[in-house]
Design a protein. Structure first.
Length: 155
């Protein structure tokens, strides 16, 4: 096995909550070279939300209209990793990529791509938050606390 480069931490920033139609999204930024992604990439990703979130109808499971959008500026371009909770305890996930010289995001996960090691930190945080505020309080899930529980990692 040959690994081409040594792992280096990347800053993770929660950019806040985004309300889109009936959805609330936690928006995260990861960048391999900056403190956060370029704002133009965020604007472009927002323009795709109607299409991306329409995929929530793919399964006959309840969706709670709570999503996480991770925008990750990587060497290949900007990955948009969007997922939402369905069926109480599962994530439905799609990955899109806007290559460096491209002008738009294209579906990247049709071959099974899910997430990378930096994005997994956010997934782990969101998993723990979902368990703590939603599943462990199943009689009265605390969506407000779940939404307030956001990850920020300095390098």
């Amino acid at each position: 096995m040959k690994i081409s480069s040594t792992y280096k931490p990347r800053p993770i920033r929660c950019l806040g909550l985004l309300k889109h139609a009936e959805w609330i999204l936690k928006v995260y930024s990861i960048s391999y070279q900056n403190e956060r992604i370029n704002n133009d990439e965020l604007i472009l990703a927002k323009s795709h939300l109607n299409n991306w979130l329409s995929k929530s109808q793919a399964y006959p499971l309840e969706s709670y209209h709570l999503a996480t959008l991770i925008l990750h500026e990587a060497k290949e371009g900007v990955f948009a990793n969007i997922n939402w909770w369905i069926g109480e305890n599962m994530l439905q996930n799609f990955v899109y990529l806007k290559k460096i010289n491209d002008h738009n995001f294209k579906l990247y996960s049709e071959g099974g791509m899910a997430t990378c090691v930096w994005e997994m930190a956010i997934w782990w945080h969101e998993r723990n938050s979902w368990v703590k505020y939603i599943l462990m309080q199943n009689e009265k899930p605390n969506v407000d606390e779940y939404l307030k529980d956001q990850l920020n990692i300095d390098i």
